[in-house]
Design a binder for this molecule. Structure first.
Ligand SMILES: [Mg+2]
Length: 304
């Protein structure tokens, strides 16, 4: 166990972690713009509060994005909880060897993509179900459907632990498909644009895993906030101390079991800034100076 001195047990001095969905939350659903969140991102960085993306995006999509957002020292969760990316300060000397050349350790928390694709083809044949996986979509179609550029769409197809798909069949057959996948230990989760097939992991289990890691490294329980706009964000919103449901563009209900819940008026990054301000913008809830002693990656100096 790394030897990091525990801070005093004063709740006002608790370190903070912020977990956030990207599409439709920190990033605009249509334009992928994040300008309305810029001020809060800068302030959180100053305070040493890690902003941790928890997204259906792939590792390859997140890595350039986190540089652009200025959150490259924070860990991230990719593919709806299937993959975790850890910067050096979040690695545990006993559990992980040194990071790769890009400075990251990648942990697969779910099931390998090869097995998922194999079971999808089994259930397609068995049920005669019509669906198209993201890896089967022609690149032009994927670009048109998501609004991503062609290079971005290519990165979106580099899956490691989950497969998005478009359902093109009846709701009854969807139920049978879901049941079949469950028998294989796989899960079907609704995202903003796609259904996602993953292993037995979700945004909530991945967030719990990261909080546990933080506690192991810092010897202190953090105060946690999560923000999301989709049904696949619910497990994440239920695992934290404070949560924000950002008004969505999809019309799907998002009702997590969470008492400390705020629903934003604005959509996308404006709703994101509104939600952070609701919980942490008031004097009595603002991250205090106590967290500013933490390094900007938030987990301290706990590397091997
Ligand atoms: Mg979303």
């Amino acid at each position: 166990m790394p030897s990091i001195p525990a801070s005093p047990p004063d709740p006002a001095r608790r370190p903070r972690l912020l977990f956030t969905d990207l599409d439709g939350s920190l990033l605009d659903h249509h334009s992928y713009d994040w300008a309305p969140a810029r001020d809060w991102l800068a302030r959180l960085k100053e305070l040493g509060v890690p902003v941790i993306p928890v997204t259906s995006k792939t590792r390859s999509e997140i890595v350039p994005l986190r540089r652009e957002l200025g959150i490259e020292n924070a860990p991230f969760i990719a593919e709806n909880g299937a993959v975790a990316g850890l910067p050096p300060a979040w690695c545990h000397a006993r559990l992980e060897r040194g990071p790769a050349a890009d400075g990251l350790v990648i942990r697969t928390l779910g099931v390998d993509i090869g097995l998922i694709r194999q079971r999808l083809s089994v259930w397609r044949a068995r049920l005669g179900a019509d669906f198209t996986t993201m890896s089967e979509m022609p690149l032009d179609d994927l670009v048109a459907f998501t609004g991503l550029s062609e290079p971005e769409a290519r990165l979106a197809r580099l899956r490691e632990g989950s497969e998005p798909l478009l359902w093109e069949d009846s709701p009854a057959r969807l139920d049978a498909f879901r049941a079949g996948l469950e028998g294989d230990g796989l899960r079907l989760v609704r995202g903003g644009r796609f259904w996602h097939v993953t292993g037995d992991c979700h945004k909530g289990s991945a967030v719990a895993w990261l909080i546990e890691r933080f506690e192991a490294l810092r010897g202190q329980r953090p105060l946690t906030l999560a923000l999301g706009d989709g049904p696949n964000d619910m497990p994440m919103l239920e695992r934290v101390d404070q949560a924000v449901v950002i008004r969505g563009c999809h019309g799907l209900p998002v009702s997590p079991h969470q008492l400390a819940l705020y629903r934003s008026e604005a959509v996308g990054p404006a709703g994101w800034a509104e939600g952070v301000a609701h919980w942490w913008g008031r004097a009595d809830r603002r991250p205090g100076p106590a967290v500013s002693h933490a390094s900007s990656d938030g987990a301290g100096r706990a590397t091997a």
